[in-house]
Design a protein around this ligand. Structure first.
Ligand SMILES: [Zn+2]
Length: 276
């Protein structure tokens, strides 16, 4: 999965530190990111490259991978560096090395959070950055904003030797998906599983078992994967607002995928290989 970057180590404890020349600059513009690309290989600018060009910038520490710190950089004016271009963040679905793809998409989630929390949601005053933690604080009403995550479930519904796969409505993704959805206020994550299954495909499930989680920064969510068994009727009642199709497939109808990017793909492969 995209977040599995061994032997590299990701550390995201907040530190109030200054960038060094060898550290990495993550520069975003809407849904684009500044990077250099050779085939599938990507690289980000180093802080030294900004300094060499005498570019004025503001920085925000994001995280560390091994000994390199990653900073969110806001240039005072956008100047393109040699060989670097803005590309859609969807590039991180297929780029390598993997630890840089993970850094790029994780930085994007933090960039979006900072973008959306410049002003206090209660009183509208401009917020300031806490120097002690990754929080935004309102100087007027003291309201404190912590990084936002949307918990969501990915559900593999198993019926003997079959699994229920889906495709999203209004999306071009060709791969199979699983039933999925966001947790609502007031429910446990297991209740989210049962509600989403009922809403999207009209089925009942039992024996809900937690599998694994995955940070999914493309949508700002934290995914919780569950396997469960069909309970009762196999008849699918499709929610056509959410899904374009849902069907039961057998293990031998699933294509091998040796490096699944998403929790969804990994779970479909785990079903195929009886690893759940
Ligand atoms: Zn306020």
């Amino acid at each position: 999965m995209i977040n599995e970057i061994r032997p590299y180590t990701f550390k995201n404890e907040y530190r109030n530190i200054e960038p060094r020349k060898e550290d990495i600059a993550l520069i975003y513009k809407d849904t684009d990111v500044l990077l250099k690309k050779y085939g599938d290989l990507i690289s980000f600018p180093k802080i030294s490259e900004l300094i060499d060009k005498d570019l004025k910038f503001e920085y925000r520490f994001l995280f560390t991978i091994d000994s390199i710190n990653y900073f969110l950089i806001e240039l005072k004016k956008i100047v393109l560096l040699d060989d670097f271009n803005f590309q859609s963040i969807s590039i991180f679905r297929n780029s390598s090395p993997k630890h840089l793809s993970f850094a790029g998409i994780t930085g994007y989630q933090l960039y979006k959070w900072y973008e959306k929390n410049k002003y206090c949601g209660k009183c509208g005053t401009k917020m300031y950055h806490s120097l002690k933690s990754r929080t935004m604080v309102c100087p007027n009403c003291n309201d404190t904003r912590y990084p936002f995550l949307a918990p969501a479930v990915i559900v593999a519904i198993v019926n003997n030797d079959k699994i229920l796969v889906t495709k999203y409505a209004h999306r071009k993704l060709s791969n199979y998906a699983l039933v999925a959805g966001y947790a609502e206020i007031g429910e446990s994550i297991e209740e989210t599983v049962m509600r989403e299954v009922k809403e999207e495909v009209g089925l009942n499930v039992k024996n809900i078992k937690y599998y694994k989680s995955q940070p999914w920064s493309f949508s700002g969510s934290l995914l919780f994967g569950f396997f469960c068994e069909l309970d009762g009727s196999v008849e699918i009642i499709l929610d056509e607002n959410e899904l374009s199709m849902a069907k039961w497939i057998k293990k031998d109808e699933i294509k091998e995928d040796y490096s699944p990017l998403s929790l969804t793909s990994e779970m479909i492969q785990a079903f195929k290989g009886n690893r759940y």
